[in-house]
Structure formats: C-alpha cells, structure tokens
Unconditional design. Structure first.
Length: 544
C-alpha cells in the first residue's frame, strides 16, 4: 500500500463535510444530550453552518493554517463544532483532558505551542492560573459562560465556506497527548488523511450504512471518541448520539430511544453494565447490532459473561493513538461459535485481524518477523500510522526503528483455516498502566512516592482490576524507624495527582525486587495486589 497513494475518495475533512451538507442537508448528523436531559439535533446543513462560522471566528482571532488550538472541555456539541472548524481551515486540535493535573496540562499547552484555547467556563479560573507559565502566551476563549460573549461573536460571523483556506490531506489535524515511559506525555501528531482513512476502514469493517446511528459515551478528548464516533459517522453519512458522559442506568434506554446500531466502549464500561444487571424487558434492542470494545485490557471472563448476559456480540479490537485509533478487529462474518472461540480459547481474547489500511506483524527486538504462536512486539505500518511524536526526534527514531511503528505491546498471532492472522495482546513491553482506557506512566508516580518522608523506596504497580482493567497500587519500603501509614502515603500522592492517577492501595514490604543490573522488577509485585482485583474504587468512597 504505497503511502503516497490515497485510499479515500475524500482527502480533506472540509471536502467531505461540504459534500454531506450539500448532498443531504436535512439529515441529522449530531444529536447531543447533556446531563440535564436537553436534547439538541444538528443536521448536516446546520453543523456545517456552525463550523464555518467558528472557522471564520478563529481566522479573525489570528489563527491560521497549522496553528494549534486547544479544547479544555467535556463532551459537548460546542466541542465537536470547534474540532471540525479547525480542521476545515487547516488548524490543529489539541484536546486537553481536564482530569489531568495542572502541571501536565501546562506541559501540554506549552509543548504543543497552543495559540488559542477554547475553555469551558467552569474551567476558566483553573486554566487562567496556568497562563503565566506558558512561554509564548495563549489566548483563552471562554465557552458557555453566562454572558455568552463567544457564542455572540460566532453568530455574527459569515456562515459560508467561501474564503476559508485551502486544506490538504497532509495538513496536521490532531495532537493527542499520551503518557510515555519517559514520564512526560508525548504528543501523537495525526494528519487529516489519518483520520479519514481510519474512519473509512472502521465504517467498512462494521458494515455502517447511510442513516445509521452510532453512540458516543466515551470522552472526545481521546481518539476513540473522536475517530470512531465523530469522524466515522461523517464518513458513511450517518449520525452520532453524543452523551455528556456515560451513565450506566441510561445506556440501554439510550440505545432504544436513539435507534443505535453500534456503540463504542472500553472494557471498564462492560463491567459497569454487567454489575447493573439485565436490561429492562421493555427496552427494545432489536436493531442494535454489536459493541466495539478496545482501549484497555479485556479478559476472556468479562467477554464471556457480558455476551451471555446481554446476548450482544463484542467486536474486540486494538489500536493506539499512534495508529489514529483502531488497527484490527474481530471479523463480523464468523459464526457465533467461532467468535466465542477467538474470545475464549487461547488464554487471551483475540484482538482480531488487521484492517485493510494497515499491516501488522510480531517482531523480535532486532526487527525480525516471528512465526505463528511466538511472542514478540506488535508492530504496525500503514496509512493510519501517525506522522510522528510532536517535537520528539530521538523518540521517533526508536519508535519507527526497522520501518514499522513499534507499539511496545507484546503479543502473538494464530491463523484460522483460511490463513488469516488473528492477533492477541499479552502484555506491555513498556510499563504503562492502562486504567479505564487511559495511559498512565508509573514513573511519575514513583518520583512522588520516593520523595515522601518516611519512604525508602516506592513503586507504582498496575494490577488487574475487574472495573477499570487495571488499577494503581503502591509498593512501599519504609525508611528505618518510619511508621508511615497507607492513608498517609495516599494523601501525599493526592497532593500531586488526580484521583484517577493516584494509587488506591498501598502494600508495605521489606525488599524491592531488582534485576542483576539493579533495575526494579515491577512485574514481580503485581501478585501482591491480587486481592483487590474485584474491588471498585471511587473518589467518594475509596473502596466499594
């Protein structure tokens, strides 16, 4: 698949959105429902009108092609419009997860050289305090405030596409920051073509047809929410029901009310739905086809229990921000029995076979391909692979060693009767912790643990958890004479980290396992946290 040969008939987001607005102006594209229950429907014509107005506003604010624009928000129709406005004028979106701590948010805004940030009113004070530490300065535009200044300014703009800059499939479109083993987050740089080609592949794989609706309950600061449930419906001329956040008790009623065909979730949400129990009998799910699941560790047990309880197939897949989103899925056309075997019989649920827009293989450390059943590193190359990590030259050289993107994940493959390779992920060569689909670097937590008075050594340990795939524990060796407690360790960590990134439990020990060269053996500590596998941790109540 020569990279210079585009596989998509539409090569820019502006050309695709303009075509949809002209072709089917009255069809719905975005249905947004906030926590208050209000439901707002945007047709293709209306969404394009709002996108053009916002793009012109950005141009009047001095934003040009290639400039970075941040969004500090939650799932909202405003945020969707801001994304598409930037793409339609060639600017670059930098979505910020408000769940990150202040120092990481400040790093993201500074590292990506953001020129302007759309900030929801409730976060304005917090972000305003970070502005003095951003070297080149950054304009902050408050969205959703009582005065409505931004909304009023946008409404005054022209609503047509005339005068917008010409865009290119090679234009930078998105910088998504993901945790890395070096501690500071790395910016995954995706171009417009990456978004379009992966959306095309996802739509084709899942058999999405014009007019069908997908459900988005995942955060749209993550590539899963952006690519699977925003760009993909645009690609196949469908629509998306966007929820402010995931609510277990409203999931199945939303499926029925909005006539959803496919929803995208992470394994954590499957566990929440199982815990909530059976679907109310009056809820009509007859047109709901399947659930896409990825972005975190799915166990054979969870997959089997979910499918047995709800009778809904899980189409398991795998991908990374670095590959735009998904790179492989379980096939839809296999029999129910074969589907169950791939999810159940090999110790790990299969992540499926590669999408047509990319290739996958298993390599050893030297870049040599490994045979069937041999464990090695999952590597990927193709049209959906990122351009680079933003401003990370040395990291890029290592990441693309031997001509493939090296995922850092360990896996293997097995072939079916027709010779197709079905891939499996067995763990991570990198030591990232994936909690609820979010990557967390243990090294940042280590640094805080090591500096707590009374702690000689401390390591963050990701352990298996039924609710979030993985949770975070701390293994602590006390200093001589120290009487530090678990609550004190966690309290010190909470001074620095959000609840999501903070250790939930502490195990004290006398020795920290190390290799012969003195490197910590974090993996040997995981069994110490096994008794918390079924525990659900929440901020309001530490253990449930």
């Amino acid at each position: 698949m020569p990279p210079e040969r585009y596989l998509t008939p539409f090569t820019t987001i502006l050309s695709l959105l303009r075509h949809r607005a002209s072709e089917t102006p009255g069809e719905p594209f975005l249905i947004y429902q906030g926590d208050g229950g209000a439901r707002t429907v945007f047709s293709y014509k209306e969404i394009f009108r709002q996108v053009c107005k916002t793009a012109r506003y950005l141009m009047r604010m001095g934003i040009g092609r290639g400039d970075r624009v941040a969004t500090v928000a939650y799932n909202h129709s405003d945020t969707v419009i801001q994304y598409f406005a930037c793409w339609c004028m060639g600017a670059v979106i930098v979505p910020v997860n408000i769940g990150e701590d202040d120092r990481r948010i400040a790093y993201i805004l500074s590292n990506s050289d953001v020129r302007l940030a759309f900030v929801r009113a409730e976060f304005a004070e917090r972000i305003g305090k970070l502005l003095p530490g951003i070297p080149r300065g950054m304009k902050m535009v408050i969205v959703g405030g009582a005065e409505g200044a931004f909304e009023t300014a946008v409404e005054a703009e022209n609503d047509g596409p005339d005068g917008l800059p010409e865009t290119s499939p090679e234009d930078d479109a998105l910088i998504v920051y993901t945790s890395g083993t070096t501690g500071h987050p790395k910016g995954v740089l995706l171009i417009q073509y990456n978004l379009l080609v992966d959306a095309m592949a996802i739509a084709g794989w899942h058999g999405m047809t014009p007019g069908e609706r997908m459900l988005c309950v995942l955060p749209i600061h993550h590539v899963n929410g952006i690519v699977v449930t925003l760009v993909t419906p645009l690609w196949y001329r469908g629509s998306v029901a966007l929820r402010r956040r995931f609510h277990t008790e409203e999931f199945w009623t939303t499926i029925a009310r909005e006539d959803i065909r496919v929803a995208s979730v992470v394994p954590t949400l499957l566990q929440f739905l199982l815990h909530a129990g059976p679907v109310p009998p009056e809820t009509d799910r007859s047109r709901f086809r399947h659930i896409i699941c990825g972005a975190g560790p799915l166990t054979c047990e969870l997959a089997a229990n979910f499918e047995a309880t709800f009778g809904i197939p899980i189409v398991h897949g795998y991908g990374l921000s670095e590959t735009t989103c998904y790179s492989c899925f379980l096939p839809l056309e296999v029999s129910r029995e074969e589907h169950a075997r791939w999810l159940r019989d090999y110790g790990f649920p299969s992540i499926g076979v590669p999408l047509p827009v990319n290739e996958m293989a298993i390599h050893d450390a030297a870049g040599n391909p490994l045979p069937e059943n041999a464990r090695g590193e999952i590597v990927i190359r193709g049209h959906n692979v990122m351009r680079e990590y933003f401003a990370e030259r040395e990291v890029n050289e290592r990441t693309f060693e031997h001509g493939w993107f090296r995922s850092g994940d360990e896996g293997f493959f097995r072939r079916d009767g027709s010779g197709r390779p079905f891939f499996f992920i067995t763990g991570r060569l990198k030591e990232l912790i994936i909690r609820g689909g979010t990557n967390i670097s243990p090294f940042e937590i280590d640094e805080v643990l090591m500096n707590i008075p009374g702690v000689r050594a401390g390591l963050a340990v990701g352990f298996d958890n039924d609710w979030y795939g993985e949770e975070i524990g701390a293994y602590v060796q006390k200093a001589d004479g120290s009487e530090i407690t678990e609550d004190q360790v966690i309290a010190e960590c909470r001074k620095v980290f959000s609840f999501q990134m903070c250790p939930k439990v502490v195990v004290f020990g006398d020795e920290v396992p190390v290799t012969s060269t003195g490197k910590y053996q974090r993996s040997r500590l995981r069994p110490l946290f096994a008794r918390w596998k079924t525990v659900q941790f929440s901020e309001s109540k530490k253990r449930q």
